[in-house]
Ligand binder design. Sequence first.
Ligand SMILES: Cc1ncc(COP(=O)(O)O)c(C=O)c1O
Length: 362
Amino acid sequence: MTQGRIHNFGAGPAVLPLSVVEECRAALPNLNGSGFGLLEISHRSQVFQDVVDSAMAGLRRVLGVPDDYTVLFLQGGASLQFYMTALNLLGEGEKADYLLTGGWSKKALAEAQRVGDAQSAWSPDDSGFKRVPKNGEYQIREDAVFVHYTSNNTLYGTQFHHIPESGGKPLILDASSDIAGVPIDISAHDLVYAGAQKNLGPSGVTVVILSPWALSKVGDGIPTMLDYSVHASKGSLFNTPNTFGIFVLDRVFNWLEENGGLEASIARNQAKSELLYNELDRSDFWVPHAERDSRSVMNVTWRLADESLEPVFLAEAENAGLGGLKGHRSVGGIRASMYNGCPIESVEALVSFMRDFESRKS
Ligand SMILES: Cc1ncc(COP(=O)(O)O)c(C=O)c1O
C-alpha cells in the first residue's frame, strides 16, 4: 500500500493539480459556506448556479471562446458525442467526412454512420496510426456538411499540430485529450467536444462548444436528452447535471488562470514532452511509436527495443513510484500521459528512472 501520491502517468481519469484535489476535500462537507456539502446540494440552488456560471466563464476566458458560441456541460462522455454530433448536425441525405487517425475517430465514424452518409476521407496506410495527415493528402467531398477530426490520438500518441484543411466545410473536433493543453482556435471550429477526465477534471462531465451555425443546424425530432438546443436553452441544467464534475472543472480553470492561463499551460506541456522525447531519442534502447512531425505533447508512446523487457520496466517503474505507464493494448509497450495536472517533477523522475533502467539492462 502506498501512503503518498505516486507520479501518475495514467491516460484518464488522470492526475489533477493537488491544490484542486484539496479544494474538493474542503468543499465536501460545506460548499462555499452554504452549509450544504458538495455532493449534497441542489443543482437548482443559487450557490450551485454560481459554480456553473464561474466554470463557464473560466472556460470561455482560458480557451478564448467567441461570445456568440454556446458552452454546454453534458454527460455520457465523449463517446456519446460521437453520436450526438452526427444526430444533431447531419440532416436527411447529408454527408460528412472523417479523418481516421486512431481508435477514437474510428468509433466516431461508426456512430455517424448510424445516422447518415459518413465516410473516411483519410486513414493511414498501415494499421499502426503512427501519424496524422498533412493538408493536401486527402480530399473532402464537395457536398460534405462537416469534417470531423480528433486533435490528439490518446492511444497512439499522435497529434495534429495544425488545423486540418476542410475544404471550407465546418470543422468538428474531438479535443478530449488535449483541450486546454495545446493551442486551440475555437473560432476556426463549429463544434468542439471533450470528456473532462484528462485535462480538465473528473470523468462524467463533457464539455461541448457550439458555434451559432452548429446550434442552428440542429434538426427536429431529436430525442430530448440528445438535442443540443434543449441543453442550450436550459443552460446545461435541463436535468440533473454532474454537479461534482462541474465543481472540479471550475476549480481546474481557476488553477489554470492562477498559473498563467493557456499560454503557460502550453509551455509547461511542451517542456515536459521535450524532456521525455529527448530521452527517447538519445538511445536505441527505446523505440518511439509516433512519427516525429505527429508526436503528441500529451501522450508519449514507445516500445523497448527488447520488448521482453517491457513487463520488467513497468513493474520496476511501479515500485519506484511511477504509475499508469502501461501502453494501451492496441499499441502495447509504454505510454506516459502528461496532462495539465502532471507536474514536470513527475517527468523528471520518469527520465531519471529510465536512465537507471537502461544502464542496468543494456
Ligand atoms: C480522444 C478521445 N476521444 C474520446 C474518448 C472517449 O471518451 P469517454 O470515455 O469520455 O467516452 C477518449 C477517451 O480516452 C479519447 O481519448
